[in-house]
Design a protein around this ligand. Structure first.
Ligand code: NCD
Ligand code: ZN
Length: 343
């Protein structure tokens, strides 16, 4: 196959940031994706419906003329989140999901949740109104090894929340383990799971063997090879519960290359070429569209995009860095030569 036309993709987990960074990175997403679920972990976080509306306006004003892109907004769940505000933001059509960060789990998660009992009323309301919960699934306990934090979260937090809140729609975000794949497969269609670009490509050796690679450090951290293979099998399976959430998370090189560097891989510019190659390697190009363009809208109850993108087999011309007024941001390097371009 040398050309593939698919329904225009969406990104079900994206960090756009704000200000100068947003202006620089947004066009790279808008080029290839029609919509994205926009993460609310700004400083300060996007907690209320009014803040989400203002953030959406800033995104749309940063969008270059002639580009079409629909930001799907989320609210950052805190222990003080007001269920009525969430309901109003959902019913107006503004907010498509609420994001749960365990406090301290990742970048800008200090306002996240410590006591999960305190968010029970909001979760019950979300189950009633059909508003999905996007979950950063890692425990933060210092005695839990960082490579075990996702698996422990499923047992200790996620499964109890789902049992206590029947009907709650949940997205397990950026899953990184075979434990998460197995758990997702055992649930009904109220549960979805996103998989990133980079977790299909790197395992933990890529981060640590032969010298430390800060640009491969993200959260949840990449795991052993057996987990990467389970993720590739899940993503390329065509199963409706698995869909693309790039977790493209730009940080300036200055903030990545520090003694205590930031977590995040910037994959917006080259996600589609990388995915085409991964799916081709798995003899699953015919299932790429399910992963990038069909399964996500189905989970969120949104229409599949009417537009299309065509991928052609030729080496793409992509930058290794994107320049921002805050400094350069390195584009994720998959470690192999890309063979597919977006036409
Ligand atoms: C994200 C970020 O930088 O905002 N970082 C990351 O490594 N994925 C936060 C997140 O999604 O965990
Ligand atoms: Zn993220």
């Amino acid at each position: 196959m040398t050309s593939l036309t698919i329904a225009r993709p969406d990104d079900w987990h994206l960090h756009l940031r704000d200000g100068a960074m947003m202006r620089a990175v947004l066009p790279w997403t808008a080029r290839d994706f029609a919509r994205a679920i926009i993460m609310p972990n700004l400083v300060p976080p996007v907690v209320t419906g009014d803040q989400a509306a203002a953030y959406r306006d800033r995104i749309l004003s940063a969008l270059p003329d002639g580009m079409d892109f629909d930001p799907l907004m989320t609210l950052y769940l805190t222990e003080d989140t007001d269920a009525d505000d969430v309901t109003a933001a959902h019913q107006s059509g503004l907010v498509k999901a609420v994001k749960l960060y365990p406090a301290g789990a990742t970048t800008n998660s200090a306002s996240g949740v410590t006591n999960f009992d305190n968010i029970r009323p909001v979760l019950e309301r979300m189950a009633e109104i059909g508003l999905p919960l996007c979950v950063h699934g890692e425990v933060t306990d210092h005695d839990i090894d960082i490579f075990d934090r996702e698996a422990v979260f499923i047992d200790r937090v996620l499964d109890p929340i789902r049992r206590a809140t029947p009907g709650l729609r949940v997205v397990m975000e950026h899953i990184t383990t075979s434990n998460a794949v197995d758990y997702a497969r055992a649930q009904d269609d109220s549960l979805g799971a996103t998989i990133t670009t980079h977790h299909l490509v790197i395992n933990r050796n890529h981060i640590l063997a032969g010298g430390i690679k800060p640009h491969y450090y993200c959260l949840p951290v990449a795991k052993r090879e057996e987990h990467r293979l389970a993720l590739r099998a899940a993503a390329t399976s065509g199963e409706a519960r698995f869909f693309l959430g790039t977790d493209s998370a730009p940080h300036t090189d200055a903030n990545k290359l520090l003694p205590c560097g930031c977590a995040g891989c910037f994959t917006a510019p080259n996600t589609l070429p990388i995915l085409a190659q991964v799916f081709e390697e798995e003899s699953a190009l015919d299932r790429l569209e399910a992963f990038t363009s069909r399964n996500g809208p189905k989970f969120y109850g949104l229409p599949i995009n009417k537009g299309t993108v065509t991928l052609v087999k030729s080496a793409p011309t992509l930058p290794s860095h994107v320049d921002t007024d805050e400094g350069p941001v390195t584009v994720f390097d998959p470690g192999f030569d890309l063979m597919w371009s977006v036409q």
